[in-house]
Design a protein around this ligand. Structure first.
Ligand code: BTN
Length: 329
């Protein structure tokens, strides 16, 4: 007999629940329908739970789906979206390797400014400093926005800081939380990271073709959902608020904030964005450890320059310009 693939089991499991139409279906019935063991059924049910399905289990009756996870399809995001340009075009995929990769491809073939790439899950999410970005299905926001600003190449990092401000303001609107920013663009709540931002460029000589802003937000992960190595430093909006947060609504808030700030930036330059960024910064005036590729600097974070470079006063009194580093508070 041909081995039943894991993805087939999942499809048939959802099918079995759809047929039950909100009524209970026993583990035995599901196992027979799929053609797998009851242990396999249980394992897949636990997986559904970790993806945001709410399932009720009652002895002698079996299981039923109470609610399915909300998706972040183009329809879900565009319905009620108040932005004019950002999110007008949305490229949605259930599973991708990285939304950055797709956005690069679309930008290269002429996708307009404001095009958003969004996925339910990334198999190879990219983080800063060549790290991986953990992007499990249905629980977070994994998206990349294409911008086409007419600015000098050196100013592109300013857009990363702009994006961080937009995400903080978006989270503030969608929840009761008050996040802070750790330079350059980690968004922290109670000292733990909930969002990372990765900015990549398509440029030639010093002309920018496009800027791809990748935003990853931990939204509805529960405490036990993070892998061991992230447990200490990562959190989610669910963990911090104690309730589910609508990913589609949060994306809407962020797109609106991004659009407002981006217009302001194109009209008035970085100065107003810098003021906002500094008002959310959690590291300024504090003792930090900055680990760059070549050295580790201990000192006080003084502020950021017009280019978004971090200024650190070392213990020897020397001022260091930090372009890229891991910061520990
Ligand atoms: C960081 O390391 O802090 C940046 C993480 C950026 C992750 C996002 S998720 C959406 C987009 N696609 C990716 O592969 N990475 C970015």
């Amino acid at each position: 007999m041909a081995r039943t693939l894991q993805s087939d089991i999942r499809t048939k499991l959802i099918e079995a629940f759809s047929k039950a139409d909100g009524n209970f279906i026993s583990g035995q019935e599901i196992a027979e329908y799929i053609g797998c063991s009851r242990t396999a059924v249980w394992k897949h049910i636990e997986e559904l739970r970790s993806e945001g399905y709410i399932l009720e289990a009652v002895r002698k009756k079996g299981y039923r789906i109470v609610t399915k996870p909300e998706k972040v399809t183009a329809n879900e995001i565009q319905l009620g979206l108040a932005a004019e340009v950002f999110g007008k075009a949305i490229h949605y995929e259930e599973t991708v390797d990285s939304t950055q990769k797709i956005a690069h491809r679309l930008a290269g073939s002429g996708a307009p400014e404001g095009t958003l790439v969004v996925a339910e899950e990334q198999s190879f999410g990219k983080g800063r400093l060549s790290r991986n970005w953990y992007s499990p299905k249905y629980t977070g926001i994994w998206m990349s926005l294409i911008l086409r600003p007419n600015i000098p190449f050196q100013q592109a990092p300013q857009l990363t800081l702009l994006a961080a401000v937009a995400v903080v303001q978006g989270i503030e609107e969608a929840t009761e939380l008050m996040p802070g920013i750790k330079w350059p663009n980690d968004i922290l709540i109670n000292g733990k990271k909930v969002t990372g931002i990765l900015t990549e460029l398509q440029a030639e000589a010093d002309r920018i073709h496009s800027v791809i802003i990748g935003i990853g937000i931990n939204v509805n992960q529960k405490n036990g959902d993070f892998p061991e190595d992230l447990l200490e430093k990562a959190s989610s909006l669910f963990i911090e608020t104690g309730h589910q947060v609508s990913r589609a609504k949060l994306i809407q808030h962020i797109l609106v904030k991004m659009e407002i700030l981006y217009k302001l930036y194109l009209e008035q330059g970085f100065a107003p964005i810098k003021v906002l960024w500094e008002s959310y910064a959690v590291s300024l005036g504090k003792e930090i450890k900055a680990s760059t590729l070549t050295e580790t600097i201990h000192g006080t974070a003084l502020g950021i320059t017009e280019e978004g470079v971090l200024l650190v006063e070392g213990h020897d009194g020397q001022i260091h310009n930090i372009y890229s580093a891991d910061i520990e508070l």
